[in-house]
Design a protein around this ligand. Structure first.
Ligand code: 9MR
Length: 557
């Protein structure tokens, strides 16, 4: 009943627990095994979850700053898990969530010295990929074969999707652009750790090389995904999953997301011309060609139903079928403009059609471009200068509206004000809200934004309606059975670490029998049948990397 960040708290930062079902009264904090209180306080007034109707009271022990191990106790309710107050309290989580991408790598043996007990043979070399009839083009007829190796598995399945790689890569590259000093020293213990590139960028490069191979050299178009015709069974290790793989139809969303990522990657890797000669130039050329293809094909949607009506074999894996591309245009234009400083990209698209500031997701990438414009504001040309102060204000207003109401909220988080926060992958909503307010913190240095980001990290690590810590391998009440094929198939009891579970989703599209609640904030089951609430995915891990890295960079010592 006592929900708190199960990893713990920074000595100098805000410290909150939410106590479910508590009456008015006090709470005490003591060392494990001791009865001597080192801190005591009064619980807040009662609040109510609008979803489950449960009541909570908030215990605020921010004033306890002394490092150590503690237990929080409330009479009549019980005691919390043991938690710590210490410097760098999220360092291990920051490393593990980035290392989670290493565990998702295709085409590489995961050796024991890097992967520990999760060592496994390489899966999916992806050097013999069929051109699906929907993807046929000059020089690449249906049934011909291309090589498209490397990259990460998208999620609990073994396919590789350009659209979802888009926001994922942007979030990781942005973490690097925002915190280069932090990432230059962060060692992820991956095979490339001893080279001269920051480890996070080595990891990004693994997927970048795959993405580059998804562009048709003939016309610059980008295949929407590389996939089996249908999902594999659950108890299959990567190297055992050997079904035929295809690249399917090119799409405008894929081309634009690809263009945006390549443009951003180009400027990031430009600083490493000695380590990765030519990569920055290759990325920029690839970005410009994809943009050129999109201009000629501005509205080619990926619609799996129509594709299956027209071509064989049928494809039934993840669609990532966005139908609204204005935000993809804004994002690609922004990134190409920032990297090239050519005004033609800035003016090619209406970057500010209205004042909406929608939270990023795979289907909504407008803010990825806005974050980048603000990040690089100082170096931009005249054409952008009139817009930047307004954009800055809008971003701050968005952060303010995310924060608004948190103080009286039943968890004291930004997450969970609205039922619509609990979508498929709700953990990424919490993480992306935090990334948004961290942009406001970078712009203003107002601590309320940093606090709000920390509150949402607390949500992900235990202060939530389920009581789970959603990052595998971390916390006292851990997710043990994510919908993640290697974790199911590998005979190791613990799941692959550093992966963020999707989190509560009242949609329950998987129809698993083991859910115990219909409430939006509780509709979660730690069962590998639950792809709708307990899968893991690269686009959810990436904002967790950003959030934990940012908090360590700002609050770690
Ligand atoms: O994250 C995606 C979510 O927004 C969609 O509602 C859902 C259904 O289309 O698909 C999710 O993405 C899945 C993808 O299609 C296939 N790999 C696993 C992804 C996470 O569940």
């Amino acid at each position: 009943a006592i929900r708190l960040n199960q990893l713990g708290f920074y000595p100098q930062a805000k410290k909150i627990a939410a106590v479910i079902g508590a009456g008015a009264g006090t709470f005490r904090i003591h060392a494990p095994g001791s009865q001597e209180a080192v801190f005591s306080g009064t619980l807040s007034e009662s609040r109510r979850s609008p979803f489950s109707d449960k009541t909570t009271r908030i215990a605020d022990f921010s004033a306890l700053t002394k490092p150590g191990k503690y237990v929080l106790e409330v009479q009549g309710v019980g005691a919390s898990y043991v938690f710590e107050i210490k410097n760098n309290v999220h360092e291990a989580a920051a490393k593990a969530s980035a290392k989670g991408f290493y565990f998702q790598r295709t085409a590489l043996d995961l050796e024991e010295k890097y992967a520990g007990k999760w060592a496994r043979p390489a899966g999916h070399p992806d050097q013999q990929i069929m051109i699906h009839p929907s993807a046929a083009g000059p020089g690449r007829p249906a049934g011909s074969v291309i090589s498209s190796p490397y990259g990460w598995y998208d999620a609990g399945d073994y396919n590789k999707y350009i659209v979802n790689s888009g926001i994922t890569m942007a979030t990781l590259l942005s973490a690097y652009e925002d915190f280069p000093d932090y990432y230059k020293q962060l060692n992820l213990a991956i095979p490339e750790s001893n080279n001269q590139l920051p480890d996070l960028l080595d990891e990004v490069r693994w997927n970048l090389r795959w993405m580059l191979s998804m562009q048709d050299p003939a016309d610059g178009g980008v295949y929407h995904k590389l996939t089996n015709a249908s999902f594999d069974g659950m108890a299959v290790m990567p190297h055992q999953a050997t079904k035929t793989r295809y690249v399917v139809q090119k799409s405008t969303a894929a081309a634009l997301d690809f263009a945006a990522v390549m443009a951003q990657a180009s400027r990031v890797f430009k600083d490493f011309g000695v380590q990765v000669p030519g990569l920055a130039d290759s990325c920029l050329i690839a970005a410009q060609r994809a943009w050129g293809w999109a201009k000629v094909h501005p509205a080619v949607l990926y619609d799996q139903t129509s594709l299956n009506n027209a071509f064989d074999p049928d494809i039934s894996t993840g669609a990532y079928g966005d139908r609204q591309l204005s935000d993809e245009w804004m994002w690609a234009a922004s990134e190409l403009y920032i990297t090239t400083k050519s005004d033609e990209y800035y003016t090619a698209v209406n970057l500010f059609p209205d004042t909406a500031m929608p939270l990023p997701s795979w289907a909504q990438v407008r803010l990825l471009g806005y974050y980048s414009l603000l990040r690089h504001a100082e170096g931009l040309t005249q054409v952008a200068q009139k817009d930047l102060p307004i954009l800055r204000q809008q971003l701050i207003a968005m952060a303010d509206s995310l924060i608004q109401g948190s103080e009286s909220h039943y968890l004291n988080t930004m997450m969970g004000h609205k039922k619509s926060d609990f979508v498929w992958g709700s953990s990424a909503v919490a993480a992306n809200q935090a990334v948004a307010v961290l942009q406001a913190f970078r712009l203003t240095k107002q601590v309320k934004y940093l606090d709000a980001a920390l509150m949402n990290l607390d949500y992900l690590l235990g202060r939530n309606g389920t009581g789970y810590s959603f990052l595998t391998g971390f916390g006292s009440k851990q997710v043990m059975h994510p919908h993640h094929r290697p974790s199911v198939a590998d005979q190791v009891a613990a799941p692959v670490p550093g992966l963020l579970s999707g989190g509560p989703n009242p949609g329950k599209q998987d129809k698993c029998a083991t859910y115990t609640s219909d409430a939006a904030d509780e509709a979660f089951t730690d069962d590998d049948c639950s792809y709708a609430s307990n899968e893991i995915a690269i686009n959810w891990n990436a904002p967790m990397v950003y959030l934990t890295g940012a908090l360590e960079a700002f609050l770690g010592k």
